[in-house]
Design a protein around this ligand. Structure first.
Ligand SMILES: C[S@@+](CC[C@H](N)C(=O)[O-])C[C@H]1O[C@@H](n2cnc3c(N)ncnc32)[C@H](O)[C@@H]1O
Length: 573
């Protein structure tokens, strides 16, 4: 690896991008820091916030008093020795006196303030009985997507990973916020630059729940935002700790009521009056169960592109046997850890010279030409940009009901041995591209093996078949996309759970529903006969009219009139 690449990888692992001084200054100046405040910067990098705080106080109190204050009231952690050295050099250059011992080159997640037993940071029992509430202000720009020391991940999860009955995701910014709040006095403030995924992403649901359950929450733009080395959209989160639920969350100057937030399944902070009305209770998850698919581990080994009904198979597959060894099992285990009982079992198997079945693949002299469908292959559902329908483009080697792929997954060099979506393999449903700016829904015929890049949804038992097409039509509308992207998850990933959280269009009359289903049937029929649609196709645009929101109390007659105005004209075949 080149030096530049190693440096980039280091920065990524540390979630390291420094706040411009002008941004830090604008934030510090908005906070009215007082002389008796005790302040923490938990990952101060090269010290943008620290220097701005000292400078703000020096302007008010004079340099000497600001320096004295910093010696006893200002605390900081930074794990990267290089950044710490840059910080302490700058401290010296600015003649701010001896570097306070309250600035430590250490891991914040292992650190606790004075008066606490340091070991309590990774010991749940000691942590909860420690007097943690020490700071009036915690400020900074914590690492986003950084790595957490493997050796303490499980201990930290035990301490920080569950609050007010919900999971806090094991992610650096989530853990930094959670721990920082623990360290705040009642009435204290936390002010962090943070990834904007905090607003809606389902994995941060538990964090949002805990924050608005215990703090006043204010989300605002990052002032003077001039980050050069981050592509992530950022926001400023300001929390005031009260240990009680606030009536609303303030998001970009808009008060969002907690009851509207709680009407959304992901506890979205982006719901507002406009969107709250769609969240009346029924969701697509009531009609369909959505699932991710599997990651094969080695696509080139098992996946073949179908061209004119033909694939080329370069390998002969067979099974062989391989020695079981503890060393190999440790390599494959999560965090390299194996439970003592399992370890003992493996050691015993190794001692006995036991073997396990593994897949062997031998390159053929010339690839075999195979016409699809074929009993050794199944269609494979990979993401495509197409909507409504696409012809099968991939086949997976699936001899003996997938025995080769499953065995390869079980014995490969990773710990993700589970097969995502297995119970749904072969079922008829809907599918879409996981990474896309909007739901690109298409019909999934029966018979496919599922890929993780294209999540799928299947009718729940007892739900009538027409719901599949009704829901497909709904998910192709602009309104559905707006709800999904504004309220449910505004990132580019559209996970199975996001789909289940979309409101069901319960506002439609039975006639409007029947019209919509008729229209989607025609669309699907045309697509299966080779017509290609996109979101600009008039027939797809017209779906917006069919599914338009009708406030309760509007007569079916008026609904009809609305839909007639957007009737579809599709070719007959
Ligand atoms: C996004 S940067 C921000 C740095 C600084 N707060 C600023 O605003 O310029 C995050 C910093 O967190 C540091 N960091 C990452 N993991 C840490 C940990 N576990 N404890 C303390 N610092 C950490 C990184 O080295 C990096 O300097």
């Amino acid at each position: 690896m080149s030096v530049a690449r190693i440096a980039r990888e280091n920065k990524r692992q540390l979630g390291q991008f420094m706040t411009p001084r002008i941004t830090a200054a604008a934030i510090v100046n908005s906070l009215n820091i007082a002389e008796d405040d005790t302040i923490l910067e938990p990952s101060f990098g090269e010290g943008a916030f620290i220097f701005e705080i000292v400078s703000a106080l020096a302007q008010r109190l004079g340099k000497q008093r600001a320096q004295e204050w910093a010696q006893t009231k200002l605390f900081g952690c930074e794990v990267d020795p290089r950044a710490f050295a840059a910080f302490s050099n700058q401290w010296e250059r600015l003649c701010l006196g001896p570097l306070p011992s309250s600035f430590e080159c250490c891991d914040f997640l292992k650190w606790l303030p004075p008066g606490c037993d340091k070991g309590a940071a990774i010991n749940r029992k000691k942590y909860v009985s420690s007097h943690l509430e020490f700071f009036d202000l915690v400020i900074g720009n914590p690492p986003f997507g950084g790595s957490i020391d493997r050796a303490i991940q499980d201990d930290l999860d035990d301490i920080l990973g569950f609050r007010d009955g919900m999971k806090i995701k094991k992610e650096t910014y989530a853990f930094f916020i959670t721990k920082s709040l623990d360290l705040l006095k009642l009435g204290g403030r936390l002010c962090f630059i943070c990834s904007d995924t905090l607003l809606t992403i389902p994995t941060m649901r538990g964090l949002r729940n805990w924050l608005h359950g215990n703090c006043d929450v204010r989300i605002s733009e990052v002032p003077e935002s001039q980050f050069v080395d981050s592509k992530q959209d950022m926001l400023l989160v300001t929390l005031t700790k009260h240990n009680r639920k606030a009536p609303y969350v303030t998001v970009f100057d808009h008060h969002t009521r907690i009851e509207d937030i709680e009407a959304t399944e992901n506890l979205s902070w982006r719901v507002n009056g406009e969107y709250a009305r769609y969240f009346t209770g029924q969701t697509l998850g009531d009609k369909m169960v959505a699932s991710s698919g599997m990651t094969i581990g080695n696509n080139a080994l098992f996946l073949r592109h179908i061209s004119d009904g033909i694939i080329e198979e370069p390998y002969d597959f067979s099974f062989g046997r391989e020695q079981i060894t503890l060393q190999r099992e440790i390599m494959r285990a999560r965090l390299g850890k194996i439970a003592p009982a399992r370890r003992k079992r493996i050691e015993e198997l190794e001692r006995l010279g036991e073997t396990q079945r593994v897949v062997v693949w031998t390159p053929r002299e010339a690839p075999a030409i195979v016409a699809i469908p074929h009993e050794d292959y199944r269609y494979y559902n990979k993401a495509t940009p197409q909507i409504i329908y696409s012809e099968p483009a991939w086949a997976i080697f699936w001899r003996d009901e997938g025995d080769y792929v499953y065995t390869f997954k079980k014995t490969g060099n990773w710990y993700l041995h589970g097969v995502g979506g297995k119970p749904y393999f072969g079922r008829e449903g809907l599918t879409w591209a996981l990474i896309a700016p909007r739901l690109r829904t298409r019909y999934l015929p029966a018979g496919y093996i599922l890929d993780s890049g294209a999540p799928c949804a299947f009718l729940r038992p007892g739900v009538e078949h027409d719901e599949l097409l009704f829901i497909m039509g709904w998910t192709l509308t602009d309104l559905c996309t707006r709800i999904l992207k504004n309220v449910i998850n505004h990132t580019r990933n559209i996970q199975s759970k996001d789909f289940e959280r979309i409101p069901y269009p319960a506002w439609m009359s039975s006639q409007a529903r029947a019209d919509a289903i008729g229209c989607v049937k025609q669309l699907l029929g045309a697509a299966r006969h080779g017509q290609v649609f996109d979101f600009n196709s008039p027939e797809v645009v017209a779906l917006n009219g069919f599914y338009a929101y009708i406030a309760p109390g509007i007569s079916p007659h008026k609904q009809r009139a609305q839909h007639d105005g957007t009737a579809l004209r599709l070719p007959l075949w």
